[in-house]
Design a protein around this ligand. Structure first.
Ligand code: GTP
Ligand code: MG
Length: 309
């Protein structure tokens, strides 16, 4: 039995606004688990926005090392940074999380940097289902920028494009072998393309071939895309990457911002409307309905009232 003092208390909004890390951590837990107080908390937040930067790419590409090095840039510019590491929630990957802790070690107790691991909870796209709420909370807790690291496995990286103002796609020289298969999804989401591990051979050749494929493949205007080489482990190319991110953020048009906001509203409404639809109960209702003569799935869907039905 958990002592009541161990239970997350209702998060104190004034402490959150002042940037108190413990209150922020508690608030994220409340939001992640849709605990009592979650709605009230979110509905009392201000309208502050902090640019969200997604860092994605194949496993082991050096995303965490790059994020660790990039963090220094914001810290040196007197900015507050929140880093969210999205863990695909499998025991198999817990080693990687431990790795992140070691790689980002220097930031763990830094007053300008808040780091939090989030489970993806099997959400489509590999992001935490409450990612929009969590980024809003962080923006209103005074963070100037929010970095989200996601592991790109299969199509799971695609969704970061719906949340992030800027997507940094981290590749390695060896990614060239997969470029044909990559074209179908992952390449379309990148705003900034980084060939990390450029201390390895073939890096500039890969960068060139990436550029030429994207000239015709990207869904975005090719002239808006940025290409860079980095050696994250030696902090090389990090200043250039930071400059590219900041420049792109400055150039985001009102239409792009509105599109992202509309995407956010869409997801929040969808989430809210689906909240009382429990899959298990849905199956039970479906079984009952199928036993009735003249069952029709479309009529069933039109009439379904949620878990209480
Ligand atoms: N040679 C070389 N190694 C690097 C470079 N950047 C990172 N690494 C190494 O690559 C390995 C993986 O780095 P991570 O930063 O954990 O990669 P990641 O993409 O975050 O990995 P996951 O989160 O597990 O997908 C580590 O051993 C790093 O030290 C680089 O520029 N060059
Ligand atoms: Mg990582």
């Amino acid at each position: 039995m958990q002592a009541s003092s161990d239970l997350p208390r209702f998060p104190d909004l004034s402490l959150i606004r002042r940037g108190d890390f413990r209150s922020i951590a508690r608030a994220i837990t409340v939001i992640e688990n849709t605990m009592p107080g979650s709605d009230a908390l979110l509905q009392n937040l201000g309208n502050r926005h902090a640019p969200v930067i997604g860092v994605t790419g194949p496993p082991g590409a050096g995303k965490s090392t790059l994020v660790d090095a990039l963090a220094k840039q914001w810290v040196d510019h007197d900015k507050k940074l929140a880093i969210l590491c999205v863990d695909p929630s499998s025991a198999f990957h817990s080693g990687a999380l431990l790795g992140d802790r070691i790689r980002m070690n220097r930031w763990y107790n830094h007053p300008q940097v808040y780091i939090r691991s989030l489970a993806s909870r099997g959400a489509i796209g590999g992001l935490n289902p409450r990612i929009f709420e969590i980024t809003d909370l962080l923006a209103n807790a005074g963070f100037d920028f929010i970095l989200i690291e996601t592991v790109g496995v299969g199509q799971s990286e695609v969704d970061i494009a719906r949340v992030a103002d800027q997507v940094v796609l981290v590749l390695v020289p060896e990614s060239g072998d997969d470029i044909q298969t990559m074209k179908s999804g992952i390449l379309e989401i990148g705003d900034i393309f980084v060939v990390n591990k450029s201390d390895r051979s073939g890096a500039s050749r890969f960068l060139q071939s990436l550029k030429s494929s994207l000239q015709f493949q990207s869904g975005k205007s090719f002239t808006d895309l940025r290409f860079l080489q980095t050696v994250a482990s030696e902090e090389k190319g990090i200043g250039e990457l930071y400059a590219a991110i900041m420049e792109n953020i400055r150039n985001i048009s009102p239409k792009q911002s509105l599109d992202l906001l509309a995407e956010k509203a869409w997801q929040l409404i969808l989430d809210r409307r689906m909240r009382d639809i429990d899959r298990g109960l849905l199956i039970q209702s479906l079984k009952r309905a199928m036993e009735q003569p003249g069952f029709n799935i479309h009529r069933f869907a039109a009439q379904y009232k949620g878990s209480t039905a």
